[in-house]
Design a protein around this ligand. Sequence first.
Ligand SMILES: [Zn+2]
Length: 166
Amino acid sequence: MKIISYGAAGEVTDSIHAVVLSHAHIDHSGLLPMLAKLGYRGPLYSTHATRDLCSIMLQDSAHIQKRDAEWLSRKHTMFIPPLYQPEDVSEIMRHFISVPYKLRFPLLPGVFVTFHEAGHVLGSAMVEFEYEEQGKPRRSNSSTRSKASRGASFSRATLDARACPF
Ligand SMILES: [Zn+2]
């Protein structure tokens, strides 16, 4: 995810119109509650299992962060807040839209997505994007690492389209 590059809440709410999550590994999903904290209220698409795993993992992450922040605050005798709270997790979970494998669905006007089983972790998906570019139909996926799959063609969407380093 590219949350770090979005510093202010307005930038998040103004520039992200949809989120596609390929799988639940924490290096892909761990900052999703930050989107809710910064005001994102748009859709977040994943497979059913990825949504279910995220509901457990992100709440656990919030509790671990709370304990770590309390420990760091005591150690440095200053208040150090956690990145996000359990309520931020609850908020982002309300925006998940889970979609079965092999179902082509509209992401944004002119952009369609299909999840294909990736065999990486429970619920993981290779994300296939279909769209038009300069009047020509295009297709790319999260494993090609093509210019388009990195989001260059989708200025209105945040696409979790990078290949996982495992
Ligand atoms: Zn992974």
